[in-house]
Ligand binder design. Sequence first.
Ligand SMILES: *Cc1c(COP(=O)(O)O)cnc(C)c1O
Length: 412
Amino acid sequence: MPSPNSSPTPAPTGSRRPPLAVLGAPPAFAEPLHVGRPNIPDRARLLARIESILDRRWLTNDGPLVQELEQTLCRRLGVRHVVAMCNGTTALEIAIRALGLTGEVIVPSFTFVATAHALMWQEITPVFADIEPRRHHLDPAQIERMITPRTTGIIGVHLWGRPCDVAAIEEIGRRRGLKILFDAAHAIGCTDRGRPIGSGGAAEVFSFHATKCVNAFEGGAVATNDDRLADKMRLMRNFGFAGYDNVVYVGINGKMSEVSAAMGLTSLEDLEQVVARNQANFEAYRRAFAEIPGLRLLDEPLGPDDASNYQYVVVQIDERATGLTRDELVAVLKAENVLARRYFYPGCHRMEPYRSRFPQAGLVLPVTERVAAEVLVLPTGTGVSGAEIDRIAGILQAAIERAGEVRAALAL
Ligand SMILES: *Cc1c(COP(=O)(O)O)cnc(C)c1O
């Protein structure tokens, strides 16, 4: 009896499915389509700001554009303090140190590795807790089981630009006496229960890396309502200088430059437009994927007073329905010049130094392990059009319809 997988399903006659590059056709896209291609804001406004920097000869050290960016963000986020930094990782490190975290801190493994590295860099042990499967955020029940006498804090991550369970994490923090920090690197322009993300926990940390929704070339910031914490972080980002000759803390150079603030301010002015475009792209993917078996878009309904910036288009591959693994579909897309990414494969716990230090970590992270094997992140942002999204969906559909042939070609 022939196995259902042994003979490839022939393409229906008259099919409008595109030919596939993995099967020998030319690639669908002449230029590579990237995930996280920077959104470029208005050039004239950016260049005018840069001219003003040169005219002032004030290039860094808490310059007027850095202060303007901090104040603009304070208003936008509805927080008392925003401390701008040279990047999001340094901002995390400074927030962690200023908060006095030590010992063990609970974090998701399913996040960008900087969340864990910011702890490890200061010899604090990241303890990985599992996520819930529908939104990929820390699962509060899993946080509880990872708490030990050495635990001093929890870092929640607003992964994919959607609010994580802030209320539950804050409640655990209160009940167990733990400090709470949020990694909001994905979450500029997002709303949690009617409030802009930024005022949760003791502090929230943003990234303005080139690939993020708002970019400052490189940049980051910590938002907090705690006056003392904000003062301490301002000292720490500037070598601990409290005055010209007066150092009062061990500090680092975490300052944001004026040229970064110029980009950050200009980029922030475009945020609504970028989010609208991301949302339109997300809807285009949703429509196109509705008819394709085995592609599950991460589109869990947001709460009634929540909002996302739709910065990431995340799809989970059900191999039983597609007949192709996530990695095979990545290869199919790559051949077409669509550079989809496997974020955050394989999970921090399977990267060094964590893999060697905690070889058993995967045992308590079954959801992380499964999700890391299934997730595909697709290109979006202002550089991607609806027509391009339809072509990407057409490629995926054609590959799934011809799964047997595709798998055989990839195995060669
Ligand atoms: C980008 C990112 C960071 C690091 O920010 P940088 O500005 O690149 O240093 C931290 N955490 C998460 C979740 C990120 O995506």
